[in-house]
Write a protein that binds this ligand. Structure first.
Ligand code: C5P
Length: 219
């Protein structure tokens, strides 16, 4: 019985969108499906890792017994859940599409359409991955970047600013890449390397990302 490549490792993965409540029936969200994060969770579990998957609202269900799913709704809930486990993890992968802003106040009753014009004041959400980077001790941290301009420069900037070990760039310019699609085309940056990959299914992209992480942590 051969030892699996991620046996003994605990991996935390954030996935999906976050929903930021406006009132009891409305929210600010985004189109993230959670597919990339769930694919990473399943592949890591197959390689023997214990996986803590912290996901915003998604219709997906993990189908491996080594994946422990924690469902959250907002960015603040995701942040709190991440830090329940942060000290115990070896690897953290942030694939969630966290809302950048949330309504400053959440109306306690459903807002009525009495006004012709209506605005909502938004305040910045906590940056979960950046906070993980600030508190990093032994953890290997991986982030994602979705850029529309100066993509490589911005991705490398985030690697440094968020104190990451690796960043996965997906370009919106590539047909079939990112967000709602079942396929993705990525580039991976570490502090010293750049790797480019072809367009492939998110299951296969997950394999490439985990291969790269394994190479890095074994260095
Ligand atoms: O700064 P930007 O949102 O482009 O960074 C993207 C990376 O940071 C992703 O890995 C995403 O999961 C993470 N992130 C986060 N919390 C936020 C915003 C982004 O964890 N509030």
């Amino acid at each position: 019985n051969q030892k699996k490549s991620l046996q003994g490792k605990t991996i935390l993965i954030t996935a999906g969108p976050t929903y930021e409540a406006i009132d009891p029936v409305r929210f600010i969200g985004n189109h993230s499906s959670g597919k990339m994060g769930f694919s990473l969770a399943e592949e890591a579990a197959k390689r023997g890792a214990k996986v803590i998957l912290i996901s915003g609202p998604s219709s997906l269900k993990p189908n491996h017994e080594n994946v422990e799913l924690h469902q959250v709704t907002s960015a603040k809930e995701m942040l709190n859940k991440v830090f329940e486990f942060y000290e115990t993890i070896d690897i953290g992968i942030a694939s969630a599409a966290v809302a950048d802003y949330a309504p400053k106040v959440v109306a306690s009753e459903k807002i009525k359409k009495n006004e012709d014009s209506f605005s909502i004041e938004l305040i910045k959400n906590p940056d979960i991955l950046k906070t993980m980077g600030e508190k990093k001790s032994h953890q290997f941290l991986v982030g994602f970047a979705l850029e529309t301009q100066n993509e490589e420069e911005n991705a490398k900037g985030k690697l440094a600013k968020k104190n990451l070990d690796m960043i996965v760039l997906n370009s919106l310019r590539d047909e079939g890449a990112g967000f709602k699609n079942d396929t993705n085309k990525i580039k991976i940056f570490t502090k010293t390397e750049k790797l480019e990959f072809d367009l492939k299914s998110k299951e296969n992209v997950a394999k490439d990302i985990l291969d790269c992480i394994e190479t890095q942590i074994l260095k």
